[in-house]
Write a protein that binds this ligand. Sequence first.
Ligand code: FES
Ligand code: FES
Length: 169
Amino acid sequence: MSLVSFVVNGRRNTLAVHPLKRLLDVLREDWELTGTKEGCGEGECGACTVLVDGEPVNSCLVPIAQIDGARVTTIEGLGGRHPLQQAFVRHGGAQCGICTPGMIMAAVALGKKPSLHQIRVGLAGNLCRCTGYSAIYRSVQAATKRRNRRERRDRRDRHTKKLRTHFAD
Ligand code: FES
Ligand code: FES
């Protein structure tokens, strides 16, 4: 057993655990964060994707000892109202439920304004074996558009506020 200390979804955790226990199993069994799914268990499908220090990793391949001192974000850490989660529901990207959490976590790592090409490349390690990728790409694009619209609106509001303050003086 080793003592491993890391942060999961903003909460620090120290665990006495076998150093080779997989991050995936620690999340699901020790933390009851069952949103992270196991597909292949061999690093091929991406269903188990979580973020470690902001980078997407296949948690089925990571021994917990490697996570010491790291920050881990799982699908639960997005809080259920992340623009990507909403877009996956609205645009049909949430299909089988096994691949979806991994797809969303990989999409989070793409940043705010990924192009379609970047989305395709970024999700290339996340396999869908049932209905295909169109709805998934559409969902990521919709979340991007929505976020961009919101940012434009916030910028415009800030500008208007500045003008008002300026002319009120
Ligand atoms: S379950 Fe980890 S990559 Fe498939
Ligand atoms: S494998 Fe999940 S939607 Fe295809």
